[in-house]
Design a protein around this ligand. Sequence first.
Ligand code: GDP
Ligand code: CA
Length: 319
Amino acid sequence: MRIVVLAGGIGGARFLRGLKQAAPEADITVIGNTGDDIHLFGLKVCPDLDTVMYTLGGGINEEQGWGRTDESFRVKEELAAYGVGPEWFGLGDRDFATHIVRTQMLSAGYPLSAVTEALCTRWNPGVRLLPMSDDRVETHVAITSDDGERKVIHFQEYWVKLRASVAAEAIVPVGADQAKPAPGVLEAIAEADVIVFPPSNPVVSVGTILAVPGIREAIAEAGVPVVGLSPIVGNAPVRGMADKVLAAIGVPATAAAVAAHYGSGLLDGWLVDTVDAGAVGEVEAAGIRCRAVPLLMTDTDATAEMARQALALAGEVRA
Ligand code: GDP
Ligand code: CA
């Protein structure tokens, strides 16, 4: 079975760990969000690709959900001693090595997809990890600052520095409209038996991937079941601040509203948590098959059960 998963960072990565356990024989291709990418200290940092790679490769800091295990921050301290920031982005010493290797390869002319493949030869994530695009895409967020000035900042500044503490007025995946899907992305979608939207952020993770021209169309036309799992449980994100970016696009933070936002043109099936069982009728009325099952990724076994439910739902909508 060939499975394609559109993944952001933590939610996508943790789901993939469960999916691998649930479907050990499956051939899994991950299309990773690169809209979170940022240049720091002259280095290209790809937080979502790295979170998937480290999580599946056994190098992730489990408590945090991002960054390396057994990490230290000497380089960051030394940079701060020079007065060189930003200090709000946590880059550890081990993590720095990944960004140095990536930047060196990009400077030598390799596309991001080839660089990601090279990095994965060390981590053996057990999936084929593709960036959504080799072209530069950076999500920006429009806000009104304290002095009443409207400005546009990088997504990481909004998310990590400001902790989404002010309203996001617009979300713009800068460069997406000019970006091309990375080699292998459209082919993987066309050859998939099932396409899964994990419980990743619907706006700045899955939404950004879908903003690359050709990807949404390829999924809609693939003619195979497309199923998703709600990142919203009990009218709030399970972790993080997805409600802030949903508000920016006028979508309420509910499991049903997120399903309606993807729409029946894209989505065939949607899993909501058991606490949201009351939303099943609304989702089905919108033309999307819906089931309520436990959706908390408390451990890999629980996550594997979520993945089994998603694959079962895919089987149902196919029939
Ligand atoms: P990010 O790039 O690190 O923000 O990660 P993603 O975009 O992949 O996923 C973020 C989303 O995962 C958030 O909106 C969370 O609500 C969701 N999430 C995290 N843990 C869980 C969980 O255990 N269950 C569900 N259903 N969603 C989760
Ligand atoms: Ca992310």
